[in-house]
Design a protein around this ligand. Structure first.
Ligand code: GLU
Length: 470
Protein backbone atom coordinates (compact mmCIF):
# COMPACT_ATOMS: atom_id res chain seq x y z
CA UNK A 1 0.00 0.00 0.00
CA UNK A 2 1.47 3.30 -0.94
CA UNK A 3 0.93 6.78 0.41
CA UNK A 4 -1.16 5.85 3.40
CA UNK A 5 -2.45 8.97 5.15
CA UNK A 6 -4.39 8.66 8.38
CA UNK A 7 -5.41 11.05 11.10
CA UNK A 8 -6.39 11.30 14.73
CA UNK A 9 -9.06 13.95 15.10
CA UNK A 10 -9.97 14.51 18.75
CA UNK A 11 -12.50 17.08 19.90
CA UNK A 12 -10.90 19.04 22.74
CA UNK A 13 -13.79 18.86 25.15
CA UNK A 14 -12.09 17.11 28.09
CA UNK A 15 -9.02 15.11 29.00
CA UNK A 16 -7.54 12.63 26.52
CA UNK A 17 -9.45 9.42 27.14
CA UNK A 18 -7.63 6.11 26.81
CA UNK A 19 -10.23 5.09 24.22
CA UNK A 20 -9.06 8.07 22.20
CA UNK A 21 -5.46 6.99 22.64
CA UNK A 22 -6.36 3.52 21.38
CA UNK A 23 -7.83 5.16 18.24
CA UNK A 24 -4.72 7.32 17.86
CA UNK A 25 -2.49 4.28 18.36
CA UNK A 26 -4.19 2.19 15.69
CA UNK A 27 -3.88 5.08 13.23
CA UNK A 28 -0.26 5.64 14.19
CA UNK A 29 0.63 1.94 13.86
CA UNK A 30 -1.12 1.75 10.51
CA UNK A 31 0.84 4.76 9.30
CA UNK A 32 4.15 3.52 10.65
CA UNK A 33 3.61 -0.01 9.34
CA UNK A 34 2.96 1.29 5.84
CA UNK A 35 5.52 4.08 5.93
CA UNK A 36 2.62 6.53 5.71
CA UNK A 37 1.73 9.84 7.28
CA UNK A 38 -0.05 10.40 10.59
CA UNK A 39 -1.91 13.70 10.87
CA UNK A 40 -3.11 15.27 14.12
CA UNK A 41 -6.19 17.45 13.77
CA UNK A 42 -7.99 19.19 16.59
CA UNK A 43 -11.72 19.35 15.90
CA UNK A 44 -12.60 22.42 17.90
CA UNK A 45 -15.53 23.90 16.02
CA UNK A 46 -17.89 23.28 18.92
CA UNK A 47 -17.18 26.62 20.60
CA UNK A 48 -19.20 25.87 23.72
CA UNK A 49 -17.36 22.70 24.61
CA UNK A 50 -13.80 23.12 23.27
CA UNK A 51 -11.09 24.46 25.57
CA UNK A 52 -7.40 25.28 25.28
CA UNK A 53 -6.70 23.19 28.40
CA UNK A 54 -8.15 20.18 26.63
CA UNK A 55 -5.90 20.83 23.62
CA UNK A 56 -2.90 20.96 25.97
CA UNK A 57 -3.96 17.71 27.60
CA UNK A 58 -4.27 16.05 24.18
CA UNK A 59 -0.81 17.19 23.09
CA UNK A 60 0.74 16.20 26.41
CA UNK A 61 -0.92 12.80 26.29
CA UNK A 62 0.19 12.20 22.73
CA UNK A 63 3.77 13.21 23.54
CA UNK A 64 3.86 11.05 26.64
CA UNK A 65 2.62 7.97 24.80
CA UNK A 66 5.16 8.58 22.02
CA UNK A 67 2.54 8.74 19.28
CA UNK A 68 4.34 11.36 17.25
CA UNK A 69 2.52 13.01 14.39
CA UNK A 70 3.96 13.95 11.03
CA UNK A 71 1.62 16.85 10.24
CA UNK A 72 -0.31 19.22 12.45
CA UNK A 73 -1.65 19.79 14.96
CA UNK A 74 -4.17 21.50 12.70
CA UNK A 75 -7.01 23.35 14.36
CA UNK A 76 -10.31 23.47 12.59
CA UNK A 77 -10.97 26.95 13.92
CA UNK A 78 -7.98 28.11 11.83
CA UNK A 79 -9.73 26.79 8.74
CA UNK A 80 -13.20 28.27 9.11
CA UNK A 81 -13.04 30.25 5.85
CA UNK A 82 -12.37 27.05 4.02
CA UNK A 83 -15.49 25.31 5.34
CA UNK A 84 -17.61 28.42 4.78
CA UNK A 85 -16.37 28.63 1.21
CA UNK A 86 -17.20 24.99 0.56
CA UNK A 87 -20.66 25.49 2.03
CA UNK A 88 -21.23 28.38 -0.40
CA UNK A 89 -20.11 26.16 -3.25
CA UNK A 90 -22.70 23.55 -2.33
CA UNK A 91 -25.32 26.26 -1.99
CA UNK A 92 -24.57 27.61 -5.45
CA UNK A 93 -24.76 24.13 -6.91
CA UNK A 94 -28.15 23.56 -5.31
CA UNK A 95 -26.74 20.85 -3.07
CA UNK A 96 -27.33 22.79 0.11
CA UNK A 97 -29.91 25.34 1.25
CA UNK A 98 -30.60 27.91 3.90
CA UNK A 99 -32.99 26.87 6.59
CA UNK A 100 -34.75 29.49 8.69
CA UNK A 101 -36.67 27.13 10.94
CA UNK A 102 -36.10 28.24 14.52
CA UNK A 103 -34.98 25.73 17.15
CA UNK A 104 -38.37 26.18 18.85
CA UNK A 105 -40.28 25.36 15.63
CA UNK A 106 -38.10 22.38 14.97
CA UNK A 107 -38.62 21.08 18.48
CA UNK A 108 -42.41 21.51 18.26
CA UNK A 109 -42.56 19.71 14.90
CA UNK A 110 -40.35 16.94 16.14
CA UNK A 111 -42.63 16.39 19.13
CA UNK A 112 -45.67 16.35 16.88
CA UNK A 113 -44.11 13.80 14.54
CA UNK A 114 -43.08 11.70 17.50
CA UNK A 115 -46.62 11.76 18.88
CA UNK A 116 -47.92 10.58 15.50
CA UNK A 117 -45.31 7.88 15.37
CA UNK A 118 -43.67 9.46 12.30
CA UNK A 119 -40.00 9.92 11.51
CA UNK A 120 -38.49 12.70 13.60
CA UNK A 121 -35.93 13.72 11.02
CA UNK A 122 -36.01 17.24 9.59
CA UNK A 123 -39.15 17.55 7.48
CA UNK A 124 -37.47 19.48 4.67
CA UNK A 125 -39.64 22.55 5.05
CA UNK A 126 -36.95 24.94 3.73
CA UNK A 127 -35.52 22.52 1.16
CA UNK A 128 -37.21 24.01 -1.86
CA UNK A 129 -37.62 27.57 -0.62
CA UNK A 130 -34.50 28.69 -2.48
CA UNK A 131 -33.54 31.28 0.15
CA UNK A 132 -30.60 33.16 -1.35
CA UNK A 133 -29.45 35.30 1.55
CA UNK A 134 -31.50 34.96 4.70
CA UNK A 135 -32.35 38.10 6.68
CA UNK A 136 -32.83 36.24 9.93
CA UNK A 137 -30.40 33.80 11.61
CA UNK A 138 -30.26 30.71 9.46
CA UNK A 139 -28.46 27.41 9.28
CA UNK A 140 -27.31 25.79 6.10
CA UNK A 141 -28.41 22.23 5.42
CA UNK A 142 -27.03 19.62 3.08
CA UNK A 143 -29.52 17.98 0.71
CA UNK A 144 -28.98 14.39 1.67
CA UNK A 145 -29.99 11.78 -0.86
CA UNK A 146 -33.43 10.44 0.01
CA UNK A 147 -33.48 7.38 -2.17
CA UNK A 148 -31.30 4.35 -2.64
CA UNK A 149 -28.65 3.11 -0.29
CA UNK A 150 -25.26 4.15 0.93
CA UNK A 151 -22.92 1.20 1.17
CA UNK A 152 -19.75 1.31 3.20
CA UNK A 153 -17.16 -1.43 2.90
CA UNK A 154 -15.76 -1.13 6.37
CA UNK A 155 -12.31 -2.69 6.71
CA UNK A 156 -13.23 -4.10 10.11
CA UNK A 157 -16.99 -4.50 10.12
CA UNK A 158 -17.41 -5.55 6.53
CA UNK A 159 -20.19 -4.28 4.31
CA UNK A 160 -22.62 -1.90 6.03
CA UNK A 161 -25.74 -0.88 4.14
CA UNK A 162 -27.70 2.22 5.09
CA UNK A 163 -31.05 3.26 3.62
CA UNK A 164 -30.82 6.85 2.47
CA UNK A 165 -34.47 7.38 3.39
CA UNK A 166 -33.44 7.69 7.02
CA UNK A 167 -30.86 10.40 6.31
CA UNK A 168 -31.61 13.84 7.66
CA UNK A 169 -30.79 17.01 5.76
CA UNK A 170 -27.86 17.67 8.03
CA UNK A 171 -26.95 21.14 9.17
CA UNK A 172 -23.51 21.93 7.76
CA UNK A 173 -23.24 25.57 8.91
CA UNK A 174 -24.85 26.57 12.17
CA UNK A 175 -26.61 29.89 12.48
CA UNK A 176 -23.47 31.20 14.23
CA UNK A 177 -21.62 30.51 10.95
CA UNK A 178 -19.59 27.63 12.43
CA UNK A 179 -19.47 24.36 10.53
CA UNK A 180 -20.74 21.18 12.12
CA UNK A 181 -18.56 18.15 12.76
CA UNK A 182 -19.97 16.07 9.91
CA UNK A 183 -19.19 18.80 7.40
CA UNK A 184 -15.75 19.96 8.49
CA UNK A 185 -14.58 16.36 8.93
CA UNK A 186 -15.41 15.57 5.30
CA UNK A 187 -13.62 18.62 3.94
CA UNK A 188 -10.56 18.01 6.08
CA UNK A 189 -10.36 14.31 5.38
CA UNK A 190 -10.58 15.08 1.67
CA UNK A 191 -8.20 18.05 1.55
CA UNK A 192 -5.70 16.42 3.88
CA UNK A 193 -5.66 13.45 1.53
CA UNK A 194 -6.75 10.97 4.20
CA UNK A 195 -6.83 7.51 2.65
CA UNK A 196 -8.14 5.57 5.66
CA UNK A 197 -10.49 6.91 8.29
CA UNK A 198 -9.84 4.76 11.35
CA UNK A 199 -12.06 5.79 14.26
CA UNK A 200 -14.26 4.51 17.05
CA UNK A 201 -17.43 2.74 16.05
CA UNK A 202 -19.50 5.37 17.83
CA UNK A 203 -19.05 7.14 14.49
CA UNK A 204 -20.44 4.33 12.33
CA UNK A 205 -23.74 6.14 11.96
CA UNK A 206 -22.02 9.31 10.83
CA UNK A 207 -20.37 7.55 7.93
CA UNK A 208 -23.47 7.32 5.65
CA UNK A 209 -24.03 11.04 6.30
CA UNK A 210 -20.46 11.86 5.34
CA UNK A 211 -20.14 9.70 2.23
CA UNK A 212 -22.77 11.66 0.22
CA UNK A 213 -21.00 14.88 1.17
CA UNK A 214 -17.69 13.59 -0.17
CA UNK A 215 -19.53 12.75 -3.36
CA UNK A 216 -21.40 16.06 -3.57
CA UNK A 217 -18.11 17.93 -3.23
CA UNK A 218 -16.48 15.78 -5.89
CA UNK A 219 -14.00 14.22 -3.50
CA UNK A 220 -12.76 10.69 -3.44
CA UNK A 221 -14.32 8.73 -0.57
CA UNK A 222 -11.68 7.33 1.82
CA UNK A 223 -11.76 3.82 3.19
CA UNK A 224 -13.33 3.42 6.61
CA UNK A 225 -12.34 1.23 9.54
CA UNK A 226 -14.46 1.46 12.68
CA UNK A 227 -12.79 0.18 15.83
CA UNK A 228 -14.68 -1.87 18.38
CA UNK A 229 -15.85 -0.16 21.53
CA UNK A 230 -14.03 -0.53 24.81
CA UNK A 231 -16.22 -1.78 27.65
CA UNK A 232 -15.74 -2.03 31.39
CA UNK A 233 -15.81 -5.39 33.19
CA UNK A 234 -19.61 -5.08 33.56
CA UNK A 235 -19.89 -4.74 29.76
CA UNK A 236 -21.01 -1.13 30.01
CA UNK A 237 -19.17 1.46 27.97
CA UNK A 238 -15.84 2.26 29.63
CA UNK A 239 -16.20 5.21 31.98
CA UNK A 240 -14.73 6.64 35.15
CA UNK A 241 -16.71 4.11 37.16
CA UNK A 242 -14.30 1.45 35.88
CA UNK A 243 -11.17 3.30 37.00
CA UNK A 244 -9.04 6.08 35.55
CA UNK A 245 -9.76 6.81 31.89
CA UNK A 246 -7.49 9.80 31.36
CA UNK A 247 -4.19 8.88 29.76
CA UNK A 248 -2.24 11.31 31.95
CA UNK A 249 -3.71 9.66 35.05
CA UNK A 250 -1.84 6.50 34.01
CA UNK A 251 1.36 8.48 33.69
CA UNK A 252 0.78 9.84 37.18
CA UNK A 253 0.09 6.37 38.56
CA UNK A 254 3.51 5.21 37.39
CA UNK A 255 2.71 3.39 34.18
CA UNK A 256 5.27 3.17 31.40
CA UNK A 257 3.96 4.65 28.17
CA UNK A 258 5.06 1.54 26.29
CA UNK A 259 3.12 -0.68 28.71
CA UNK A 260 -0.06 1.35 28.27
CA UNK A 261 0.38 1.32 24.52
CA UNK A 262 1.00 -2.44 24.62
CA UNK A 263 -2.16 -2.88 26.65
CA UNK A 264 -4.23 -0.68 24.35
CA UNK A 265 -3.06 -2.42 21.19
CA UNK A 266 -4.51 -5.65 22.52
CA UNK A 267 -7.91 -4.02 22.99
CA UNK A 268 -9.27 -5.17 19.68
CA UNK A 269 -6.14 -6.39 17.93
CA UNK A 270 -4.22 -9.61 18.31
CA UNK A 271 -1.25 -11.42 16.89
CA UNK A 272 -1.64 -15.06 17.85
CA UNK A 273 -1.32 -15.45 21.61
CA UNK A 274 1.37 -12.87 22.03
CA UNK A 275 0.73 -10.44 24.89
CA UNK A 276 3.96 -8.53 25.27
CA UNK A 277 5.06 -6.36 22.39
CA UNK A 278 7.76 -3.80 21.95
CA UNK A 279 6.75 -0.75 19.95
CA UNK A 280 8.85 -2.03 17.07
CA UNK A 281 7.06 -5.38 17.08
CA UNK A 282 3.68 -3.68 17.10
CA UNK A 283 4.67 -1.61 14.08
CA UNK A 284 5.91 -4.66 12.23
CA UNK A 285 2.93 -6.86 13.02
CA UNK A 286 0.01 -4.43 13.04
CA UNK A 287 -2.69 -5.00 10.49
CA UNK A 288 -6.33 -3.96 10.33
CA UNK A 289 -7.09 -7.51 9.22
CA UNK A 290 -6.55 -8.69 12.76
CA UNK A 291 -8.72 -6.10 14.42
CA UNK A 292 -11.83 -7.75 15.80
CA UNK A 293 -15.28 -6.30 15.17
CA UNK A 294 -16.70 -7.08 18.61
CA UNK A 295 -16.18 -4.94 21.70
CA UNK A 296 -13.10 -5.29 23.87
CA UNK A 297 -13.13 -5.36 27.68
CA UNK A 298 -10.80 -3.15 29.70
CA UNK A 299 -9.00 -5.07 32.43
CA UNK A 300 -6.96 -2.92 34.85
CA UNK A 301 -5.26 -5.96 36.44
CA UNK A 302 -3.89 -7.04 33.11
CA UNK A 303 -2.62 -3.54 32.45
CA UNK A 304 -0.82 -3.59 35.81
CA UNK A 305 0.69 -6.99 35.01
CA UNK A 306 1.91 -5.73 31.64
CA UNK A 307 3.40 -2.68 33.32
CA UNK A 308 5.40 -4.91 35.66
CA UNK A 309 6.58 -6.98 32.69
CA UNK A 310 7.70 -3.89 30.82
CA UNK A 311 9.48 -2.62 33.92
CA UNK A 312 11.40 -5.91 34.08
CA UNK A 313 12.45 -5.63 30.44
CA UNK A 314 13.06 -1.92 29.97
CA UNK A 315 16.48 -0.40 29.45
CA UNK A 316 17.65 0.71 32.94
CA UNK A 317 18.63 4.12 31.58
CA UNK A 318 15.10 4.63 30.27
CA UNK A 319 13.64 3.68 33.65
CA UNK A 320 16.08 5.97 35.45
CA UNK A 321 14.98 8.87 33.25
CA UNK A 322 11.33 8.19 33.97
CA UNK A 323 12.04 7.96 37.69
CA UNK A 324 13.83 11.30 38.01
CA UNK A 325 10.68 13.48 38.11
CA UNK A 326 9.04 11.16 40.63
CA UNK A 327 12.10 11.14 42.88
CA UNK A 328 12.55 14.88 42.55
CA UNK A 329 9.11 15.36 44.07
CA UNK A 330 10.46 13.65 47.17
CA UNK A 331 13.67 15.60 47.53
CA UNK A 332 16.09 13.96 45.09
CA UNK A 333 18.44 16.34 43.33
CA UNK A 334 19.66 14.72 40.09
CA UNK A 335 22.68 17.03 40.05
CA UNK A 336 23.36 17.00 43.80
CA UNK A 337 25.99 15.12 45.78
CA UNK A 338 23.64 12.43 47.15
CA UNK A 339 23.85 9.72 44.51
CA UNK A 340 23.98 5.95 44.63
CA UNK A 341 27.33 4.37 43.73
CA UNK A 342 27.23 4.01 39.96
CA UNK A 343 24.45 6.58 39.65
CA UNK A 344 20.69 6.18 39.67
CA UNK A 345 20.86 3.66 36.87
CA UNK A 346 22.85 1.27 39.11
CA UNK A 347 19.89 0.91 41.49
CA UNK A 348 17.45 -0.18 38.79
CA UNK A 349 18.48 -3.85 38.48
CA UNK A 350 18.04 -4.29 42.23
CA UNK A 351 14.51 -2.89 42.44
CA UNK A 352 12.80 -3.46 39.13
CA UNK A 353 11.69 -7.03 39.89
CA UNK A 354 9.86 -5.81 42.96
CA UNK A 355 7.86 -2.94 41.50
CA UNK A 356 4.70 -3.02 39.41
CA UNK A 357 4.69 0.73 38.82
CA UNK A 358 7.23 3.53 38.66
CA UNK A 359 5.69 4.94 41.85
CA UNK A 360 6.50 1.71 43.67
CA UNK A 361 9.93 1.64 42.11
CA UNK A 362 10.62 5.23 43.18
CA UNK A 363 9.75 4.23 46.72
CA UNK A 364 12.29 1.40 46.60
CA UNK A 365 14.91 3.81 45.28
CA UNK A 366 14.34 6.60 47.82
CA UNK A 367 16.78 5.39 50.53
CA UNK A 368 19.64 5.58 48.03
CA UNK A 369 19.03 9.07 46.69
CA UNK A 370 18.29 11.21 49.73
CA UNK A 371 19.96 12.09 53.00
CA UNK A 372 19.30 11.82 55.85
CA UNK A 373 17.52 8.53 55.79
CA UNK A 374 13.82 8.66 56.60
CA UNK A 375 13.42 6.33 59.55
CA UNK A 376 10.31 4.20 59.97
CA UNK A 377 9.94 4.67 63.72
CA UNK A 378 8.03 1.47 64.22
CA UNK A 379 10.77 -0.51 62.52
CA UNK A 380 13.40 1.35 64.55
CA UNK A 381 11.70 0.54 67.85
CA UNK A 382 11.37 -3.08 66.89
CA UNK A 383 14.82 -3.72 65.43
CA UNK A 384 17.24 -1.07 66.62
CA UNK A 385 17.21 -2.28 70.22
CA UNK A 386 19.88 -1.53 72.83
CA UNK A 387 20.86 -5.20 72.59
CA UNK A 388 21.87 -4.94 68.94
CA UNK A 389 23.68 -1.62 68.89
CA UNK A 390 27.03 -2.96 70.18
CA UNK A 391 27.04 -5.46 67.32
CA UNK A 392 26.25 -2.74 64.78
CA UNK A 393 29.07 -0.65 66.26
CA UNK A 394 31.54 -3.51 66.03
CA UNK A 395 30.47 -4.19 62.45
CA UNK A 396 30.97 -0.55 61.48
CA UNK A 397 34.43 -0.44 63.02
CA UNK A 398 35.53 -3.51 61.10
CA UNK A 399 33.87 -2.35 57.90
CA UNK A 400 35.76 0.94 58.03
CA UNK A 401 39.01 -1.01 57.61
CA UNK A 402 37.91 -2.58 54.34
CA UNK A 403 38.92 -1.14 51.03
CA UNK A 404 36.03 -2.74 49.14
CA UNK A 405 32.42 -3.63 49.96
CA UNK A 406 32.35 -6.73 47.80
CA UNK A 407 30.48 -9.69 49.21
CA UNK A 408 33.77 -11.58 49.56
CA UNK A 409 35.22 -8.81 51.69
CA UNK A 410 32.15 -8.05 53.79
CA UNK A 411 30.96 -11.58 54.54
CA UNK A 412 33.91 -12.48 56.81
CA UNK A 413 33.28 -9.27 58.77
CA UNK A 414 29.62 -10.13 59.26
CA UNK A 415 30.56 -13.71 60.22
CA UNK A 416 33.03 -12.52 62.83
CA UNK A 417 30.38 -10.30 64.45
CA UNK A 418 27.77 -13.06 64.38
CA UNK A 419 30.14 -15.55 65.96
CA UNK A 420 31.48 -13.26 68.65
CA UNK A 421 28.06 -11.94 69.60
CA UNK A 422 26.24 -15.26 69.26
CA UNK A 423 23.79 -13.99 66.64
CA UNK A 424 22.01 -15.61 63.71
CA UNK A 425 22.22 -13.81 60.35
CA UNK A 426 18.50 -12.92 60.43
CA UNK A 427 18.82 -11.32 63.85
CA UNK A 428 21.60 -9.07 62.59
CA UNK A 429 20.67 -8.46 58.97
CA UNK A 430 17.25 -6.96 59.65
CA UNK A 431 18.50 -4.35 62.16
CA UNK A 432 21.33 -3.56 59.74
CA UNK A 433 18.77 -3.12 56.95
CA UNK A 434 16.68 -0.78 59.10
CA UNK A 435 19.80 1.17 60.06
CA UNK A 436 20.89 1.54 56.43
CA UNK A 437 17.55 2.17 54.72
CA UNK A 438 15.20 3.27 57.51
CA UNK A 439 12.80 0.46 56.63
CA UNK A 440 12.27 -3.30 56.74
CA UNK A 441 12.28 -3.91 53.00
CA UNK A 442 15.11 -3.26 50.59
CA UNK A 443 17.31 -5.05 48.11
CA UNK A 444 19.76 -7.59 49.59
CA UNK A 445 21.93 -6.21 52.36
CA UNK A 446 25.14 -6.50 50.35
CA UNK A 447 23.55 -4.68 47.46
CA UNK A 448 22.36 -1.96 49.82
CA UNK A 449 25.87 -1.38 51.13
CA UNK A 450 27.36 -1.38 47.65
CA UNK A 451 24.81 1.14 46.40
CA UNK A 452 25.31 3.40 49.40
CA UNK A 453 29.10 3.13 49.33
CA UNK A 454 31.28 2.88 52.37
CA UNK A 455 31.00 6.44 53.63
CA UNK A 456 27.23 6.57 53.59
CA UNK A 457 26.97 3.05 55.03
CA UNK A 458 29.17 4.01 57.97
CA UNK A 459 27.44 7.36 58.43
CA UNK A 460 24.04 5.72 58.61
CA UNK A 461 25.15 3.22 61.22
CA UNK A 462 26.72 6.07 63.13
CA UNK A 463 23.42 7.97 63.07
CA UNK A 464 21.69 4.98 64.60
CA UNK A 465 24.34 4.67 67.30
CA UNK A 466 23.96 8.39 68.09
CA UNK A 467 20.25 8.08 68.37
CA UNK A 468 20.58 5.18 70.83
CA UNK A 469 23.07 6.89 73.07
CA UNK A 470 21.40 10.31 73.04
N1 GLU B 1 -13.76 14.65 16.54
C1 GLU B 1 -14.35 13.36 16.58
C2 GLU B 1 -14.33 12.82 17.98
O1 GLU B 1 -13.53 13.26 18.78
C3 GLU B 1 -13.60 12.37 15.73
C4 GLU B 1 -14.26 12.18 14.49
C5 GLU B 1 -13.59 11.28 13.50
O2 GLU B 1 -12.61 10.61 13.81
O3 GLU B 1 -14.09 11.31 12.41
O4 GLU B 1 -15.09 11.95 18.29
Amino acid sequence: MTDVRVRFAPSPTGYLHIGGVRTALFNWLFARHHGGTFVLRIEDTDRDRSTDEAIDAILQGMRWTGLDWDEGPFRQTDRLDLYRGKAQELLQQGKAYWCVCTPEDLEARRKEAQAKGESIKYDGRCREKGIASPKEPAAMRFKSPQEGQTIVDDLIKGKIVFDNAVLDDLIILRSNNYPTYNFSVVIDDALMGITHVIRGDDHVNNTPRQVPMFEALGYQVPQFAHLPMILGSDKARLSKRHGATSVLAYRDMGYLPEALVNYLVRLGWSHGDQEIFTIQEMIEKFSLKHVQASAAVFNPEKLLWLNAEHIKQADPRHLAELLVPLLTQHGYDPNGPVQPQGGLVAVIPHVRERAKTLIEMADWVMPFVTEPVTMDEEAATKFLTPAITPSLKKFAERLSGLSSLSKEDVDPVIQSVLEEDGLKMGKFAQPLRVALTGRTFSPGIHEVMQLLGKDRTLARIEQVLQRKTS
